[in-house]
Design a protein around this ligand. Structure first.
Ligand SMILES: [Zn+2]
Length: 416
C-alpha cells in the first residue's frame, strides 16, 4: 500500500505543527520596525516558526498544544549581543571605596581595577567561574533574554583565556539560552607583557587563536582599540589572523577617544563596532558601507558619567543599524537588566523606543551574524519569543527597572 503523501506534515489533510500560539498582538520587529500583527497567531514546529500572521488568516493546523495568550503583546526573545558575563570576583568593594572618597591612584596601588578581575579570574576554577556566571545570567533570563554573547578577556594568558572560553561553551550547553562565544584575548595588555604589547599580540595570533579554533571555542574575535589597550595596527594583526582562521571580527572602538577603530573594523567587514561615543561621520559612512552594526552600551556610559554621546543621528542618517547591549562586566557596567538598557538608551542617547527594541532583537541578532535565524518574529526563524501582559511595546522601555511579568518561550517551549 502506498504511503500517504506528506505523511510527516499532514494529518487528515491538515498541516501539523507542534504548538499554536494566539490571542496577542505580535510585535515582529521585522526590518527593525515594530511591524505589529494585531491579534496574531504563530504555529511552531521543530523549534522554529512555521507560520505567522493574523489569527483570522490562520490555516487549520492539527496540533496537540494551543495557547491563548488572552491579550498583551509578544516580542522576539531578547538578544544581549555584548557581555563579559564570565569573570572571577566582582568590584563592588572598589565601587564603594571610590564613593567613600578613596582615590583612583590608591585603588590602583592596592591592585584594583581590571587587574583585580584578571587575578580573580586566573585563580578561579572552571566550576567557580561557571557558578558565578550562572548567578548573573539568571536575572537576564528572567526578563526575556534568549540569546547572549559572552566574551573572554579577563584571563589574558593562554591557559586562562581557554578556561574562560570553555566556561562560556559549557553555559551554552547547559543553560536554556543560546550562547555565542567571543575571544577577546586582546582586551588589555597583561601585566607580564607591560611595555611589550606587540609580543602579546604575537602570542594571540601565533598560538592562542589557532588553539581556540582547533577546539571550536569561539564564534568571533574581538579586541579593544584604545590608547590604554591596543593600537589600530595591533588590532589589524589580530583581525587578519582571525579572518585567515575563518572567524568573524568585532571591535571595542571609539569609547574614550577617536582612533578610527570603527573604520578599521568596517574595512574588515566586522559584524559590529561597539561603544562608539567618539565615532565620526567618516566612521559612520564606513560602517554603513560594510553593514557593520553599531552596538551602543549605555550602561558603561552611565557608570563612567560620560558626557559625549555616540552619534546616533549620524548612524540614522547613513543607515547604520544600531544594537544595544548590557556590556555586563565587573568594572564599567555591572548591568544585569537589558530592559534597563532600553530606557537608558532612550533617556541618555535619545534613541526612540522602536529603535531601542530593534537594538535588542533584530539588530542584536545582526551584530552576532544571526540575522537569518534570530531577532524577529518571521517564518523559518527560531521560535524564541516573550509574551508580556502589556498594551504596547513602548511600555518595555518606559517602566524603569523592576521585573515585569512575562512568559518566555525558548525554541518553541515555555521556559520555566
Ligand atoms: Zn565590552
Amino acid at each position: 500500500m502506498a504511503a500517504p503523501l506528506h505523511s510527516e506534515s499532514s494529518f487528515e489533510g491538515k498541516i501539523h505543527c507542534d504548538s499554536l500560539w494566539f490571542g496577542a498582538d505580535l510585535v515582529t520587529l521585522r526590518d527593525g520596525r515594530y511591524n505589529i500583527i494585531e491579534n496574531g497567531a504563530m504555529a511552531v514546529k521543530d523549534g522554529k516558526i512555521l507560520w505567522i500572521g493574523p489569527l483570522s488568516e490562520c490555516p487549520d493546523f492539527s496540533t496537540g498544544q494551543r495557547t491563548d495568550f488572552g491579550g498583551g503583546i509578544v516580542t522576539p526573545g531578547f538578544i544581549d549581543c555584548h557581555t563579559h558575563l564570565v569573570f572571577g570576583g566582582d568590584r563592588s568593594a572598589e565601587f564603594e571605596q571610590r564613593l567613600n572618597g578613596v582615590s583612583y591612584a590608591d585603588i590602583a596601588a592596592q591592585g584594583g581595577g581590571i587587574l583585580s578581575t584578571v587575578n580573580a579570574t586566573r585563580s578561579a576554577t572552571h566550576q567557580q567561574l561557571l557558578e558565578q556566571a550562572e548567578f548573573r545570567l539568571r536575572p537576564l533570563l528572567a526578563e526575556g533574554v534568549t540569546c547572549i554573547e559572552i566574551k573572554s578577556g579577563y584571563g589574558l594568558s593562554e591557559e586562562s583565556e581557554l578556561k574562560m572560553l570553555r566556561v562560556i561553551r559549557q553555559l551554552g550547553a547547559t543553560q536554556p539560552v543560546e550562547v555565542t562565544s567571543t575571544c577577546l584575548a586582546a582586551h588589555a595588555v597583561p601585566p607580564e607583557y607591560k611595555g611589550k604589547a606587540d609580543d602579546y599580540i604575537d602570542l594571540i595570533c601565533e598560538s592562542l587563536l589557532p588553539k581556540v579554533v582547533e577546539e571550536g571555542l569561539a564564534d568571533a574575535v574581538d579586541a579593544f582599540c584604545e590608547h590604554l589597550a591596543f593600537s589600530p595596527d595591533q588590532v589589524e594583526r589580530v583581525f587578519n589572523k582571525a579572518t585567515a582562521l575563518g572567524l568573524p571580527v568585532k571591535l571595542h572602538a571609539e569609547q574614550l577617544s577617536s582612533l578610527h577603530g570603527s573604520t578599521l573594523a568596517a574595512r574588515h567587514h566586522a559584524l559590529s563596532a561597539d561603544h562608539l561615543e567618539y565615532a565620526t561621520e567618516t566612521d559612520a559612512q564606513a560602517m554603513a558601507a560594510s553593514g557593520t552594526v553599531a552596538v551602543l552600551l549605555p550602561g558603561a556610559f552611565y557608570l563612567l558619567r560620560e558626557t559625549q554621546c555616540p552619534p546616533v543621528e549620524l548612524f540614522r542618517r547613513y543607515g547604520v543599524p544600531m544594537a544595544l547591549a548590557s556590556d555586563a562586566n565587573p568594572g564599567t557596567s555591572p548591568a544585569l537588566s537589558l530592559r534597563l538598557m532600553l530606557n537608558m538608551a532612550c533617556t541618555l542617547f535619545r534613541m526612540t523606543p522602536e529603535e531601542a527594541l530593534a537594538g535588542i532583537t533584530c539588530y542584536g541578532a545582526k551584530a552576532l551574524g544571526l540575522q537569518d535565524t534570530h531577532g524577529t518574529l518571521e517564518a523559518n526563524k527560531v521560535a524564541d519569543f516573550v509574551h508580556w501582559p502589556l498594551a504596547r511595546p513602548a511600555e518595555l522601555v518606559y517602566w524603569l527597572g523592576g521585573q515585569l511579568p512575562c512568559t518566555v518561550v525558548y525554541r518553541g517551549e515555555i521556559r520555566l
